[in-house]
Write a protein of this length. Structure first.
Length: 196
């Protein structure tokens, strides 16, 4: 069983660049390794994301293989352990929430989200698949990545690789993936005030 190519099945309701509808967070990954150039391009894209006062509060710590990747995989929730270890790269994402003067950086997570989206869109342009995951041990991530708790907040993990097929996934995950749908634009954008 395979899904329809997302480039043909996802249709925007207003005019947008194809990269937005072509980007897809599939759970299927092949074991094909990423080259050093591919990895560099992903982080270069994130580097150019906008941020408040150009603070660039994001930190990405990644692992591809070996004992360190096993440590990264150990942070995954049970649901994410079913597919994420197949991806050739896993990234732990942190937002710096306190600056050098000890002042709170209020938009750190917002800005870090912009960097993650830049990375995701670059990956899509390169023919790669990304998936962000909140289901990780947020506290243990500090020790695994060597990131200080007093200045950073763990945001999520990301896996990156070449998109696989539904045959690469457990049958239950295939059904779950096909059942997912996006909210309509009218459910998340409101003129003048929020209507809940």
């Amino acid at each position: 069983m395979t899904t329809t190519d997302n480039k043909n099945s996802r249709v925007a309701n207003a005019s947008v660049e194809p990269m937005f509808t072509e980007r897809w967070s599939s759970k299927a990954f092949t074991h094909k390794k990423l080259s050093e150039d591919e990895i560099a391009s992903l982080f270069e894209a994130a580097h150019w994301a906008p941020s408040a006062s150009n603070s660039q509060p994001w930190v990405f710590v990644y692992a591809t293989d070996g004992p360190k990747r096993e440590e990264f995989n150990s942070l995954l929730s049970d649901g994410n352990k079913r597919y994420a270890p197949d991806a050739p790269m896993m990234i732990l994402v942190f937002a710096r929430t306190v600056n050098d003067e000890g002042k709170k950086m209020r938009t750190a997570q917002f800005d870090t989200g912009a960097a993650w989206m830049s990375l995701a869109l670059q990956a899509n342009r390169m023919g790669l698949n990304t998936r962000g995951m909140g289901g990780i041990d947020l506290d243990a991530a500090y020790d695994v990545a060597g990131v200080p708790r007093d200045k950073f907040e763990t945001v999520c993990a990301i896996v990156v690789g070449t998109r696989g097929t539904d045959e690469d996934l457990h049958e239950r995950m295939v059904k779950e993936n096909l059942a997912n749908s996006r909210k309509s634009v009218s459910e998340m954008s409101f003129k003048d005030s929020y209507i809940g």
